[in-house]
Design a protein around this ligand. Structure first.
Ligand code: URP
Ligand code: ZN
Ligand code: ZN
Length: 467
């Protein structure tokens, strides 16, 4: 099966050029001059990309499908969540498998394989959340890395649930260094945060906005600094997930200026939403529950710092931390106690739409857009050059992007299985015209067009850290 994407402008992390893209089976096999098309033979399928950009399928390196959290499960599973991702131009996700406390990582990983197999519509890999770093789990890291689970998340937050102490983090970092694995950090210091939460509740402060007021920026900045210090002592790279705030970014910048292999991602919610969203509407403070995520949304002045970090390479990745909970029955669990609102926001489908605003406004270039949404996560998480580029030999994961297409973000138009949108009614300009996954046209003109949906996604065995 030969597919031709014709007359488009290819945009990679480094280059922008007119070319036809030829695909055979699941791979890109040629990038050719449109003037020489006749010499290439006949395609079986043609995708017209005139006036459009042809970009590598986006990679979302931070999702939580079907995550048990806060007394409920995130409302997208691998079926609905990966379909939604594809409609937004994402062709690979890396989801977080969880080691339950007291259980093995193997058991956690098998649970996640079972959640994804037969359901995922696009390709997927896993990070492993480590809730204990004891001799046996440290040993088990080796088997996971050999299986393609080459990154591990550890938490300084959520005491009693996910939090691990510095000694365990340090041991895991040392082991990761031996294996070529990457430790990713949720770097908010959770023990003092919990005290602030208890004091707020004792003072009768129960509204959603107290989620932000009890998780100050300094808690994230200090956690970030500590994680960097531990990684420096262990002589390993470290990757900060969901960085939200100026001072945390400054810690990353200081480390990078000293030449340390420190990496960080931010998420669209930290670039487009603010603490004010958590306050809800006048007379409806509960609406803020839809914006409860961790770290919390920050005041608006942080946005410019994060955009600058993306522009200047201090931030390498924009992922989504997609972790949706419906307002009805799920966020509801925290009515009257903000600390019981399940943490997380929907986002797997809207990342590219939102970030394209940054391109239109001149905050980032098109090439940087491709880099932070696809190429950099592919490189950092061991999927490059198979994923993350438009290049001969790469998987034909492709987004044909229409820069002028108008689209309204709304529960009515989006596919995520959640009963609200944090961006309800926002009109964006720029959206996918077509999406291909491993050479198969899966979305065209906002319709799923591939024969198969559930289960067509494949597990991506990732390589070790090689930057
Ligand atoms: O609010 C969030 N971020 N929920 C998901 C869990 C996490 O810490 O990433
Ligand atoms: Zn986290
Ligand atoms: Zn997360």
């Amino acid at each position: 099966m030969r597919t031709l994407i014709k007359d488009g402008t290819v945009v990679t992390a480094s280059d922008t050029f007119k070319a036809d893209v030829w695909i055979e089976g699941s791979k890109i096999v040629g990038l050719t001059d449109p003037a020489l098309r006749a010499a290439q033979g006949q395609p079986d399928t043609v995708v017209d990309a005139a006036g459009k950009y042809v970009m590598p399928g986006a990679i979302d390196a931070h999702t939580h499908m079907d995550l048990p959290f806060g007394g409920t499960n995130s409302s997208d599973d691998f079926d609905s969540g990966t379909v939604a991702a594809a409609f937004g131009g994402t062709t690979t996700i890396v989801d977080f498998a969880i080691q339950s406390k007291g259980a093995s990582m193997r058991a956690g990983l098998d649970t996640w394989y079972a959640k994804a197999e037969g359901k995922a519509a696009i390709d997927y890999g896993f990070h492993m959340i480590m809730t204990e770093a004891n001799p046996s789990t440290l040993e088990d890291m080796g088997a996971l890395v050999r299986e393609g689970i080459t990154s591990f998340k550890m938490f300084m937050a959520y005491p009693g649930v996910f939090l691990v102490d510095d000694q365990q983090i340090f041991r895991a970092m040392l082991r990761a260094g031996e294996l070529g694995a990457l430790i990713t950090m949720h770097a908010e210091i959770g023990l003092p945060i919990d005290v602030l939460v208890q004091r707020a509740l004792a003072g009768g402060h129960t509204a959603p906005v107290y989620h932000a007021l009890t998780r100050p920026e300094i808690a994230e900045a200090t956690g970030t600094e500590r994680a960097i210090a531990l990684a420096e002592m262990a002589k390993v790279p470290v990757y900060m997930v969901h960085l939200s705030a100026q001072r945390a970014l400054e810690r990353v910048m200081e480390a990078r200026d000293r030449g340390l292999p420190t990496y960080a991602e931010t998420c669209p919610q930290y670039l487009f939403c603010t603490e004010d969203d958590l306050r809800g509407d006048p007379g409806d403070e509960w609406k803020g529950a839809g914006y409860v995520c961790t770290p919390p949304l920050r005041p608006a002045h942080h946005h410019d710092h994060l955009w600058r970090g993306l522009r200047t390479y201090d931030l390498q990745v924009v992922a989504t931390d997609h972790c949706p909970f419906c307002m009805k029955d799920q966020k509801e669990l925290g009515r009257g106690d903000f600390s019981k609102i399940p943490n997380g926001m929907p986002g797997v489908e809207t990342r590219l739409h939102l970030l394209w605003e940054g391109v239109r406004e001149g905050r980032i270039s098109m090439n940087r857009f491709v880099e932070i949404t696809s190429t950099a996560p592919a490189k950092i998480f061991g999927m490059y050059p198979r994923k993350g580029s438009i290049a001969v030999g790469a998987d034909a994961d492709v987004v044909v992007w229409d820069p002028e297409k108008k689209f309204t973000l709304s529960v009515e138009t989006l596919h995520m299985r959640v009963d609200y949108s944090p961006f309800e009614g926002r009109q964006v300009i720029g959206a996918p015209a077509a999406v291909l996954s491993r050479g198969e046209l899966i979305i065209q003109d906002d319709q799923w067009v591939a024969k198969q949906k559930q289960g067509r996604g494949q597990f991506v065995k990732r390589g070790t850290f090689a930057l």
